[in-house]
Design a protein around this ligand. Structure first.
Ligand code: PLP
Length: 382
């Protein structure tokens, strides 16, 4: 036996979740968001499995270049855009689609199209409007300046300068009480309408919906939807509605994280466990030691009581999470005569144990748990 932590990635579940997106947003085109190494699942196998997407999105140019070098998918959107004329040229050369979210990026784009020695005069880009997230995106005044620049162009140049898609991003689409979404939708429409002497606002392609909006705001589906977390089988509503998980949205978990039981100890009443001796046995009892810890990406802040599956039964985490190990209370298994032994596989999240239950007990969200799995974990794709 060689204990190891494993992440099994169920590619059929990933494909199922993509078809669920298409069922929820029929006829809309789908940009599968696979930034941050496909939310920790491994970007290349995930992109291959999501071949039925219309497009992929990553955050940064380097992620796009890696994906392009490995797979040459049709198009890749760069959500944070690029930051030099040289990088715009790279985008043109490889058909990468940058988002433009600030005036500086628009300026570099203009300079690149006017002065490049290769004679390239056109690039496909998406224009991001800030409707309330106040992170990336053009404000009303900044959009005004861009509209003025379009108006100063010679008429034959205008069409090559206009964005392919107008986008915006919701700040609170995952919340239970919907207060901001409608305002953002109205502002988005209003801003696009300001370009109406250059283009037909009803005809320009638009995109607003992340997973939460795909599931809860059909009005915002527009032409392109941009699912991220739901593709990986996780509910985007995990903080607003803690009892909900991906299965409630008819999604299937993609990553199952597991490891092995490496020790079973019989302890006496009053014995305290692990660093800080924070959890003490209330009676004589057995505990299990499992080969997983924060060195594998299991959350250091998981509280006592966080569920773990041993022999397909839920047992609670006890004591502190250390770098390579966690400890669990085995009393319920013993009381119910459930057999367990060293070498048994233990599930930390995934099949049979929604990751949302672990993130809630760890003061974080499933997005973070998925992204922080470390290189020590062996990935298997099935
Ligand atoms: C611009 C943009 N669109 C879509 C997404 C996907 O969001 P989610 O994973 O919540 O579906 C993200 C993720 O952060 C994003 O930044």
């Amino acid at each position: 036996m060689r204990p190891e932590a494993k992440a099994n990635i169920n590619l059929d579940a990933l494909r199922h979740n993509l078809s669920r997106v298409k069922e929820l947003a029929p006829g809309r085109r789908v940009v599968s968001v696979i930034k941050a190494n496909a939310y920790g699942h491994g970007v290349i196998p995930v992109a291959k499995a999501l071949g039925e997407s219309d497009n992929f999105a990553v955050a940064r140019l380097d992620e796009a270049l890696y994906l392009y070098d490995s797979l040459q998918p049709k198009n890749i959107i760069i959500l944070e855009g690029v930051y030099s004329e040289e990088d715009y040229l790279k985008c043109i050369e490889l058909n990468l689609i940058p988002v433009i979210h600030c005036l500086e990026q628009f300026q570099w784009l203009q300079e690149c199209l006017e002065y490049n020695s290769l004679g390239w005069h056109q690039i496909e880009y998406w224009l991001k409007i800030d409707t309330g997230m106040h992170r990336l995106g053009l404000s009303e005044d900044e959009l005004e300046q861009i509209i003025l620049s379009y108006q100063h162009l010679e008429s034959e140049k205008i069409s090559s300068y206009l964005p392919a898609v107008f986008i915006s991003h919701f700040s609170c689409a995952d919340e239970k009480v919907k207060t901001k979404d409608q305002k953002q939708i109205e502002l988005f429409k209003h801003q696009i309408h300001r370009l109406s002497n250059l283009l037909d606002p009803s005809a320009v392609p638009k995109s607003m919906a992340n997973s939460a909006a795909i599931l809860s705001i059909p009005e915002a589906h527009y032409d392109w939807v941009r699912p991220g977390i739901m593709l990986y089988g996780v509910s985007p509503f995990e903080t607003a509605v803690p009892s909900r998980n991906g299965l409630d949205e008819q999604l299937q978990p993609v990553m199952t994280l597991s490891s092995e039981l490496i020790a079973i100890k019989k302890l006496k009443k009053g014995d305290c466990i692990g660093y800080g001796a924070t959890w003490c046995c209330p009676e004589d009892m057995s505990i299990g030691v499992i080969a997983i810890g924060y060195g594998d990406g299991y959350p250091r802040h998981a509280e006592p009581g966080t569920p773990v599956l041993v022999s397909d039964k839920e047992v609670p985490l006890i004591g502190r999470v250390s770098m390579d190990m966690i400890t669990v209370d085995l009393r319920t298994l013993e009381k119910n005569s459930v057999a367990f032994k060293i070498g048994d596989r233990v599930i930390l999240w995934g099949d049979g144990l929604p990751i949302e239950r672990v993130s809630q007990k760890s003061g974080t969200i499933a997005y973070e748990l998925l992204c922080q799995i470390t290189q020590r974990v062996r990935f298997e794709y099935e």
